[in-house]
Each structure stands twice: as structure tokens, then as C-alpha cells.
Design a binder for this molecule. Structure first.
Ligand SMILES: [Fe+2]
Ligand SMILES: [Fe+2]
Length: 304
């Protein structure tokens, strides 16, 4: 169906050669709370007129914390999903099996890295920041969709993870160094995972007809709507956290302004940057007749 120039073998090789631990990433460092954590493309704070520069910095840092949380949140289902695919051919190709088991293990490591980031943030930030609950429920919903849907969601996430780091964080020396490293170490693994997703997508899709593939894209967009609802909840928690951190009660008009900027920034970060990612669009184009047009439509609706 497709010409792919990578294989389970090359992915396994890369995983062994570029292996890292959570300690390699943290190196005993703490966050520097005098610096922003995220580029403004992701944090979306610079245009908010009702906030001072100090308040914008605090909101940027709150967004750094929730960025780690939302990632851990949306990646929770990947471990059981990949283990299931590995188990599907447990006595077959050993390279495939080993490669997928490392994929799952690396995602467990990401969860540990992101959890540690949230813990250290909590210890250093000074006031508490609410985070949306229910990660296991969301994982259950994703695992209840078709295998192709869950794989498409994974692929989309792995591609936007890379885009965030390479295009918006890698060359930004003004951002906190530890936070940048967290995104860098994540990217090292995700660049390989995106390839493994493509191999798994091809395996799963080869048994499906055109209707089932189209249905998987529709289901993916429904999951996107559910994620959008979670992001909206997180925005409210972030505004509460900002009030607590700055000691200033925002008026309804100020809350509205912050909300508008933040809704747009969250949507771009966790949905639009994936729906529009050229490599992800290409994957959907290869699978379906009208899937790519649906991605454009969804991305446009989320960008207004
Ligand atoms: Fe990950
Ligand atoms: Fe991954």
C-alpha cells in the first residue's frame, strides 16, 4: 500500500542506540522560575492586554505544567495499545516484538518523566495549579475505539510532539533549560514512534475496506472534540491558578479575554498542529479518499 523506507529493525536499532533515562534528562536540575517555559506559539500569552509582563510569565509557566499533564494524560492509553499490538504476534517476528515492547517501555518512561516534571513544578512554583482529572477514563474511551482510530490519534500526537520541539523550542535559548530538555528527550523517542505508528497503521489498515478507514477518521475527529472539551476545562483551571499565583481577582471581562487567547493556544497545541501536520495529512491521504479534507475542515473550525 505504501513505500516506507524504515522498518522494525531500524526503529529497534535507533531505540537501543539512543536510549536515555529520566535521570539523564533531569540531571538533578530544578526549573528556573525567572524564565518562560514555553514558546508563545504554544503558550499564547503575549497578546493578552489585561496581563502585566510578570503575569504573562506566570501564565506561561502554568501552561508549561499543564503541557506536561495533558501529554501524560493523552498518552496514557498508548502503553496498553502498543502491548496489545505486540501480543498480536508474540511468536512471530522477534524484531517486531522487541521493537514494540521498547516503544511501550519508552512511553512508560515518558509518563515517569512528565510526572516528575509536574512534581518539581509543584514544589517550586509556590501556589497550587489545578489539572484536569480522569486520565484513565480518557484512556478507556480511546481504547474503546477501532484499532485504526487509536493508532491515528497516536500518530497525530507523535507528529505534533516533534513539531513543537523542532520548530518552536529547539533554538529558543530564552526558555527554561530543563523544560527544553524535557521536550528534547521526548522528541528523541517520538521521532521513532511516529515511524512505528506508520508500520502498525499499514498492518491494521491492510485488512480494512474504504468504509472502515473513513469511519476511523470520523471517529478520530470525535475524539478530537472530546479532547477539546478537556482543554476548555483546563483553561478555567489555569485562570484560577493564575489568580492564586498573582493574588489578583480578574473581572469577568478580563477572564473572557484570557479565555479567548488560551482556548486558541490550547487548540493549536493539542489539535490543530497535529491535524495540519503534513506527514499526518499524508498518512490519512494514503488511507482514505476524503479523510484529508475532513482534517482541514476540523482544523479550520478549531482555528476561528
Ligand atoms: Fe510519549
Ligand atoms: Fe511516543
Amino acid at each position: 500500500m505504501t513505500t516506507i523506507e524504515f522498518s522494525y529493525e531500524t526503529c529497534l536499532d535507533g531505540s537501543v542506540k539512543h536510549a536515555w533515562t529520566v535521570d539523564d534528562c533531569f540531571q538533578g536540575r530544578d526549573f528556573d522560575f525567572t524564565k518562560p517555559f514555553l514558546p508563545d506559539r504554544i503558550a499564547g500569552v503575549s497578546g493578552i492586554t489585561c496581563l502585566s509582563d510578570t503575569e504573562k510569565l506566570r501564565l506561561n509557566q502554568i501552561r508549561g505544567n499543564s503541557y506536561c499533564h495533558i501529554f501524560a494524560f493523552v498518552e496514557e492509553y498508548i502503553v496498553p495499545m502498543v502491548v496489545d499490538h505486540a501480543r498480536g504476534d508474540v511468536y512471530g517476528d522477534e524484531t517486531r516484538l522487541w521493537s514494540l515492547l521498547r516503544f511501550a517501555e519508552e512511553e512508560v518512561k515518558h509518563q515517569e518523566m512528565l510526572r516528575r516534571a509536574i512534581e518539581q513544578f509543584g514544589a517550586g512554583f509556590g501556589t497550587s495549579c489545578g489539572l484536569v482529572p480522569g486520565r484513565e477514563d480518557v484512556a478507556g474511551v480511546v481504547l474503546g475505539t477501532s484499532p485504526l482510530t487509536a493508532l491515528l490519534l497516536t500518530s497525530m500526537i507523535e507528529w505534533f510532539t516533534q513539531l513543537h520541539y523542532v520548530e518552536h523550542v529547539r533554538d529558543r535559548a530564552e526558555l527554561d533549560e530543563l523544560f527544553r530538555d524535557i521536550l528534547r528527550f521526548h522528541w528523541i523517542d517520538e521521532s521513532r514512534h511516529a515511524r512505528l505508528d506508520s508500520l502498525l497503521i499499514d498492518e491494521v489498515a491492510s485488512d480494512l475496506g474504504p468504509h472502515e478507514r473513513e469511519a476511523a477518521v470520523d471517529e478520530l475527529l470525535e475524539l478530537g472534540n472530546a479532547v477539546d472539551g478537556l482543554l476548555a476545562q483546563q483553561v478555567e483551571l489555569d485562570i484560577d491558578a493564575l489568580q492564586l499565583a498573582t493574588g489578583r481577582a480578574y473581572t469577568e471581562a478580563e477572564r473572557d479575554e484570557i479565555r479567548t487567547y488560551q482556548r486558541r493556544a490550547y487548540r493549536w497545541t493539542f489539535l490543530v498542529s497535529g491535524l495540519e501536520h503534513p506527514n499526518f495529512v499524508r498518512i490519512v491521504e494514503r488511507l482514505t479518499g476524503s479523510g484529508a479534507a475532513k482534517l482541514v475542515q476540523a482544523a479550520t473550525a478549531l482555528s476561528t
